[in-house]
Ligand binder design. Sequence first.
Ligand code: NDP
Ligand code: 8X3
Length: 249
Amino acid sequence: MTRTVLVTGATAGFGEATARRFSKAGWNVIITGRRADRLDRLRQELGAERVHASVFDIRDAGAIDAALAALPVRFRGIDVLVNNAGLALGTAPAFEADLEQWRTMIDTNVTALATITYRLLPILIERKGAIINISSVAATYPYSGGNVYGATKAFVRQFSLGLRSDLHGKGVRVTSIEPGMAETEFTLVRTGGNEAASEKTYQGANPMTAEDIAEMLFWVADLPPHLNVNRLEIMPVSQSFAGFQIDRE
Ligand code: NDP
Ligand code: 8X3
């Protein structure tokens, strides 16, 4: 039987690569995001019969409900939810940050992710499906300017573990994927469209690619049903940890 995956934020980066990866393996794919033109293009590329595109802002709970209610019958049996849509905005320290940017990150990375998960839990339980949430290394390792972004990703990690506990005995798998540096539109979004800053971030760093992450998401989803990856932290070899900072007199 053909399985179905819903990927939030499939207009770019990890989400787009993930839609391609699952489609290549023969899954039905529901792709979502705000940029209709990109979703249309991806749907045409992957084949309109097996891809359903749903254009909505994930921060709008009513739009989530409408999109799910409008799913064609053959896309309703969702087996895997990939909660990928998300963003970082700004790198300023907390005392210089923009409160609106903080709210946007919380609305998108936390509230919207929890809302769509809640709405899909009944079908995921019915189908003994899987939830794959995209957290980040920023959930575990704080860095200057990461304040609210890191906190939203810590929510995603802990929510994943909590869901896993709640879903005990129901056969639903839950995974928190925690990537480090990967080259996507992430930095372009974070810097408000600063292409030079984005290029500089990745230059010479040999970062991970969206395809690297998509491959891992697919591996997690395609494991035998008795296996659950709880958390998966992945970095490029070029990235590692730094020490604490000391403010000396
Ligand atoms: P991109 O900017 O390339 O993609 C982000 C996706 O999220 C886009 O498809 C975008 O769609 C969607 N999105 C953002 N806001 C909304 C919204 N309000 N409504 C609907 N969709 C939205 O970034 P990445 O692929 O890198 O990021 C994907 C996830 O991975 C994010 O959660 C990010 O935090 C996380 N991550 C990224 C890392 C990296 O280094 N790149 C590392 C660790 C985690 P659209 O704009 O069309 O709505
Ligand atoms: C994105 C990774 O290190 O830029 O979540 O916060 S990082």
